[in-house]
Design a protein around this ligand. Sequence first.
Ligand code: SF4
Length: 343
Amino acid sequence: MEILDFTLDQLTYKFEVEFGKGLYHASALYREIFKFGNPNFLDVKEFAASPALARQLKNRISLSPGQVVETFNENNLTKFITQFSDGEKIESVIIPMTNHQTLCVSSQIGCKMGCRFCETGKMGFKKNLLVHQITGQLYNARFVLKKRIKNIVFMGMGEPFDNFNNVIQAIQIMNEQKGFDIALRYITISTVGLTSEIEKLGRLNMPGLRLAISINAPDNRTRSWLMPINKTVSLQDLKKVLKNFPLTKRGGFLFEYILIKGLNDSSKDAIRLAEYIKPLPVKLNLIPYNPIKGFRYDSPCDDDMNSFANVLTDKGVFVIKRWSKGYSLAAGCGQLGNNLGGL
Ligand code: SF4
């Protein structure tokens, strides 16, 4: 059994059913792996007193976060590549914040969504990551790369809602107080806007979990061209679902808008975007496009970015300008996947 697949409750249940033991031993195992990253988890006192159980567990438990085979560093930002036993590789990024670090995790190998500005989209879809391959990224970041990860964003390779069950289970594990202990309000799922999964998430009891929507255009024509999902879920459909989403009292959505020179960066676009956003509690993350091969558009200059942001701010929109970290590492938004082929 893959230990990184389990919440503490699930592990305790497994211990009761399979080994006739309970919370005492399950907690010890959980603590050693999820809190301390101890690969010799059976060497602790709780198991020294139960050698038969330790022997059984040794044969049954696998700890498979995948192997970190390559890291790239620049200005404290780290991109790392994990290889799994089947040879497949994924990328994750560690982003420095003021007092801690944020881990950007992947949820799939490749992606079906085909957004035009995205390197991962160009790879096509290979497979969904398993739960332990998602939680393993956090395990490796904390215990192999020794980073102080406090925030998680599902903004790496893949559309997280297209791997809904595994992503939600991984979040529950990341949130486990006696393990990784990352509060839900520090976890963000970023989606292109798969409305039935947004509704499904709304029905789960996960208060505080943050939802980011990749918007990128203020009108259906441009958005459908940039993001094929918009042909089936229009901006209006999306808005209807967001309006009904059960937010916490002070909660809101994060909208991400990749600003692409000459495509979605005019002041008319900014006005239309402000109109679209208006009734929703939204913070807008404005991100300059990172050029990728095969997409003919350029990044906006700082002035374009500022004027776009100013129009929105004047209309009452809360704007966060993100000067894309990880530009030269190709580790910015929509940039993951472009080093995998060459490794
Ligand atoms: S931007 Fe996200 S959803 Fe779109 S193709 Fe890239 S990884 Fe997939």
